[in-house]
Design a protein around this ligand. Structure first.
Ligand SMILES: [Zn+2]
Length: 208
């Protein structure tokens, strides 16, 4: 009899690199992540070369690093939230457009709310760290540091706004829409299944 893992393997999309693991959780990185990183680095390098007499590759690296950390933190936030409420994290899939964290399905409003808030909390934590740094040391003086900090703050602010917007795009349902429905579910105190989509950012492979 096949094992549960064999019956329900984690789906791997084409175009992903060989996964690596963090605390036993497989991390899949799609080529589109690297493509966007290269675009951001090239854009930062070219803009810097136009506005200053000499281009600085450190500006490109700083922007690229800030963007990558800010975007990937969202899914690691979901993973941390899932772990905190006892849900198993099966995998994190990082892509250029629709990254997602695969976990067990939540069974209570509280665990679902925390799970779907994880990405938002990660962005807020990063912004709090950036705000604390700026309050203590001010804006960086070097072009690379300044560009990295601007990118860091901007990407996290934009990510928070996008996360909170309640929308549905094909099979993807935004965290904001799910959180809103969970809030209504709790306020109305209705019974029945949680308003968590079968197919979204956080679903158990056993449900696919
Ligand atoms: Zn999310």
């Amino acid at each position: 009899m096949p094992s549960r893992k064999q019956q329900n393997p984690v789906r791997v999309a084409t175009g992903v690199m060989q996964p690596f693991r963090i605390r036993g959780i497989p991390i899949f990185v799609h080529w589109s992540v690297l493509f966007i990183d290269v675009c951001i680095a090239a854009n930062a390098y070219l803009v810097n070369s136009f506005v200053s007499s000499s281009a600085d590759w450190r500006v490109a690296i700083g922007c690229c690093f800030s963007y990558t950390v800010s975007i990937t933190a969202h899914e690691f936030g979901h993973a941390a939230a899932a772990t905190s409420v006892g849900l198993k994290v099966h995998a994190i899939h990082l892509t250029g457009g629709a990254s997602h964290c695969r976990t067990d399905r939540p069974h209570s409003v509280r665990s679902a709310f925390l799970l779907y808030s994880g990405g938002l909390l990660a962005h807020l934590a990063l912004l709090s760290g950036a705000a604390s740094y700026l309050a203590l040391f001010g804006w960086p003086r070097s072009p690379a540091g300044l560009c990295a900090m601007y990118t860091f703050v901007a990407v996290n602010l934009i990510s928070i706004a996008i996360t909170l917007v309640p929308y549905r795009w094909g099979r993807h349902v935004s965290d904001g829409r799910i959180l809103w429905r969970l809030l209504m579910h709790a306020i109305r105190d209705v019974s029945g299944p949680l308003p968590v989509p079968e197919s979204n950012s956080q679903v158990s492979p056993t449900r696919k």
